[in-house]
Design a protein around this ligand. Structure first.
Ligand code: GDP
Length: 451
């Protein structure tokens, strides 16, 4: 993901502050210069970049006035806060209000090629995992092949669909589809509408007609993140034409302009609800400004991670007990095993790992080498398969280091003793980070809120 490079540059600039002996204007200016250059290269609007610069400088200067204040921390926090503000629209995402069992009608709008049809299906699949009963209606009569594409995605995700090869009026198809699925008690009826190559009155008129005929609960505007700053005008034009309740920015994978698009959409105060991060159905995630910036800078975010687990694992498989256990300060090997099993279901390992504080630098993960990371995880899980219940459920890490146990586990699992030691070392490290050691509190203090 190219955005990672932006995150790395900013993190590196902040490192400069941390390692400097004293923080004078020269050090701060050099740090801000690097951050601003990185942001401009990522296509962030120059006015927003300058605003960040001014605000961070003001907060740093204020820190000088207060005796005993840790200037490093203040600057670091100011940069993070400003980055969050840059991608946070502050808008009210209506998506969270959808209620199961009611006939929610969601209308997707956007320009042609932005990823609307793909995203409509991803959105259906996402909510299916959450226990909704989605259905897809193809009201795109403008683009040849739109219905076939929707049918294909719908079959892949096993979501019922409706469309017509002969009817040419999108408002009629939309109304027929919505009526059919309402009768079938589907509670998330997703209507995919036509796009156009550019914003034009014919498109907006058609959108209004479809909206009139289906009376949507929520209109979702989908836009292509690779257009960068141009997203501002597009988001504004759509918001001015229809009542957009949420925005989804697609193609955030591997595109340098993704940051520009996010900040531009946020500047229109349109609430960004999700981002698309690839062509596959599960490359789709909720967007939260704080979690996004945390990951960008290589810092974990518990809330983002817990959300990711909840989104990836179907509701009936959610291990609430496990989450409660971690919340209480128990972190056993069984919990680590279950976490690793979840990570395997969640898609790209590195992406998931970057959400867990401290785990992005785990020896389990070979950065940028998904296959190798998956292989290491599998190896660790095989070792844990050879452990007894007592070992898996022990909250006493010393028990595991008894040599006789380690030899037995190594022989039983057929893995090299060095690998067993590596697993236990890694477990200890993660455990200390989460539960804390005698001297230092772990991350538990943040957990209950995140839960
Ligand atoms: P529509 O014309 O707006 O309905 O767009 P489509 O759904 O047909 O998508 C256009 C192209 O963008 C297709 O090749 C999709 O696979 C691709 N696409 C959609 N979303 C994403 C995404 O998040 N990342 C990437 N890389 N490609 C995407």
């Amino acid at each position: 993901m190219v955005l990672n490079e932006l995150g790395q540059s900013i993190a590196k600039a902040l490192e400069g502050i941390k390692t400097a002996n004293t923080i004078d204007d020269k050090v701060l200016d050099a740090c801000l210069k690097d951050i601003c250059t990185a942001l401009l290269q990522a296509d962030i609007n120059v006015k927003l970049v300058m605003k960040l610069r001014t605000n961070v400088k003001t907060r740093a200067n204020n820190a000088d006035k207060g005796a005993g204040l840790d200037k490093r921390k203040i600057i670091e926090k100011a940069v993070v806060d400003e980055l969050i503000a840059m991608v946070d629209s502050g808008g009210d995402v209506k998506t969270v209000e959808l209620k199961k069992g009611q006939s929610n009608v969601i209308m997707f709008v956007g320009l042609q090629g932005c990823g609307k049809t793909t995203t409509a299906s991803k959105y259906g699949a996402f909510h299916k995992k959450k226990g909704f009963k989605p259905a897809l209606v193809c009201a795109d009569t403008f683009r040849a092949g739109a219905f076939d594409q929707l049918k294909q995605n719908a079959s892949k995700t096993q979501i019922p669909f409706y469309g017509s090869y002969t009817e040419t009026d999108p408002a009629i198809i939309a109304a027929q589809g919505v009526e059919k699925f309402k009768k079938e008690k589907r509670d998330l009826i997703i209507v995919d509408t036509s796009g156009r190559h550019k914003q034009e009155e014919a498109l907006f008129e058609e959108m209004r007609q479809v909206a009139e005929s289906v009376q949507p609960t929520l209109v979702i505007f989908t836009m292509d993140g690779s257009i960068g700053q141009a997203a501002f005008d597009q988001a504004k034009a759509f918001r001015d034409s229809v009542e957009v309740g949420a925005v989804i920015v697609t193609k955030m994978d591997g595109h340098a302009k993704g940051g520009g698009a996010l900040s531009a959409v946020a500047a229109t105060q349109a609430p960004i609800a999700f981002i698309g991060t690839g062509e596959h159905m599960d490359e789709f995630e909720r967007f939260e400004a704080k979690a996004f910036v945390g990951r960008l800078l290589g810092r974990g975010d518990w809330k983002g991670f817990v959300n990711k687990i909840q989104d990836a694992v179907p509701e009936e498989h959610m291990q609430e007990d496990m989450m409660k256990d971690i919340g209480k300060g128990n972190f056993t090997l069984r919990i680590l095993y279950e976490q690793l099993a979840n990570i395997q279901k969640m898609g790209p390992v590195s992406q998931v790992m970057s959400m867990i504080p401290g785990l992005s630098n785990s020896t389990m993960f070979d950065q940028g080498n998904e296959k190798e990371s998956a292989r290491r995880i599998k190896g660790f899980m095989t070792i844990m398969d050879s452990m007894t219940n007592k070992e898996l459920d022990s909250n006493n890490p010393k028990l595991l280091t008894e040599p006789s146990r380690m030899v037995r586990i190594s022989q039983g699992s057929g893995r090299h003793p060095g690998e067993v030691t590596a697993l236990l070392t890694e477990y200890q490290r993660i455990r200390t980070m989460i539960v804390g050691s005698g001297k230092h509190p772990g991350m538990m203090k943040n957990m209950p809120r995140a839960m």
